[in-house]
Design a protein around this ligand. Structure first.
Ligand SMILES: [Zn+2]
Length: 361
């Protein structure tokens, strides 16, 4: 437990915390691993082991309100500001200088604080806590990452795995940054052009439109803006599909199709994903291909390939064309006619897209 020292001359209070005085490398990543400001006014921090923290408080001036901040060794990659609520105006994560990370909590003007009583407490080598304000303020928790002990994390993970098994939702979709990305999904064909016709008259246009609509819903739930090039059975040429994506400056373009083999051979099944250029397009194709294969056991992996299709050649963003199976193949067609399989494929495509956006976006 270390008390703040009052330094009236500069009208700020500072505390230096040395749990372990090992020397840190200058060029390391941020020592701040996770943080949370809880409803009871307690700020919790998780850092790398053997981190030296420095905490400060400064009274309001004309420019900003009362501020509390903590400096960590190691450079923050992505400075950001998080909107506050209750007594908190905002929380900023920044790099005050090269090789440093700063977490700033700025309070609203009317907030009553008693910084002289504040104590930063080291709970163990990685965890810290400090009480900043009273629970009398109604405040909704803000934080990033997990501040709890590893052991608790493992338990939480095990619970999650258990839950997933029971739900059969093995395709749980990843969380990504909300309201950041825009995706154009292009259901192939439409209207007078039904695309491939499969066993029992199964039509490509119907299958891919339904899958595309589910993909849209799944991505929308994750905070991704999605535009479908068509939402019903209309005749849509290829150039307008491309313009929709290019005009919106979408992050990625995904065209969804189903295959037919020459001579309608029932023994030909499989999935494939095409890209036209660039490592991003290729990566997106790989992510989607991997996921759609997972939900199509036994159907051959026809691979990730380069293809010169109009829609992926002329779109300016990473673009792929997915073939979700052969409507003419015995194995694939039997699945593609079922809504449950279409849903699984949509989940798989959405998962591939989210993984890609999370990694590259
Ligand atoms: Zn097609």
């Amino acid at each position: 437990m270390i008390k703040f020292l009052d330094n009236k001359l500069f009208r700020y209070l500072s505390v230096f915390l040395f749990l372990n005085s090992s020397i840190l490398q200058v060029k390391s990543s941020s020592a701040l691993a996770a943080w949370a400001l809880n409803t009871n006014g307690v700020l919790e921090l998780r850092t790398k082991s053997n981190t030296n923290l420095k905490a400060y408080f400064k009274k309001a001036n004309q420019i900003s309100g009362d501020r509390f901040w903590v400096d960590f060794p190691g450079e923050l990659k992505n400075p950001r500001t998080i909107k506050g609520n209750g007594p908190i105006k905002e929380i900023r994560l920044g790099k005050p200088k090269k090789g440093k990370t700063r977490l700033v909590i700025e309070f609203k003007e009317e907030t009553y604080l008693k910084p002289l009583t504040w104590q930063m407490v080291g709970l163990d080598q990685k965890r810290w806590r400090i009480k900043l304000f009273n629970p009398k303020y109604s405040f909704k928790k803000i934080g990033e990452g997990l501040v709890e002990k590893k052991r608790e994390n493992i338990k939480a993970k095990q619970n999650l795995i258990h839950k997933r098994k029971n739900n059969h939702s093995y395709l749980k979709l990843p969380e990504i940054k909300r309201n950041k990305f825009e995706v154009v999904i292009d259901p192939g064909h439409g209207g007078p052009d039904p695309g491939a016709i499969g066993i029992g008259g199964l039509r490509e246009t119907d299958v891919v439109l339904e899958v595309s609509k589910i993909v849209k819903n799944l991505l929308s739930e994750k905070g991704v803006k999605v535009k479908l090039t068509r939402t019903n059975e209309v005749d849509l040429d290829l150039p307008p599909r491309v313009s929709i994506a290019n005009n919106r400056d979408a992050d990625i373009f995904v065209s969804i199709h189903a295959n037919a083999s020459r001579g309608k051979r029932r023994d030909i099944n499989g999935l494939e994903t095409f890209y036209y250029r660039g490592w991003r397009g290729r990566l997106l194709a790989k992510r989607i291909q991997k996921q759609i294969l997972r939900v199509s056991p036994g159907s051959p992996d026809r691979g990730v390939k380069q293809g010169r299709f109009y829609v992926i050649k002329n779109t300016r963003m990473p673009a792929v064309l997915v073939e979700i199976g052969f409507l003419t193949g015995r194995l694939d067609a039997r699945r593609l006619e079922k809504i449950t399989h279409r849903k699984r494929l949509a989940y798989a495509i959405a998962k591939g897209i989210l993984e890609y956006l999370d990694k590259v976006g």
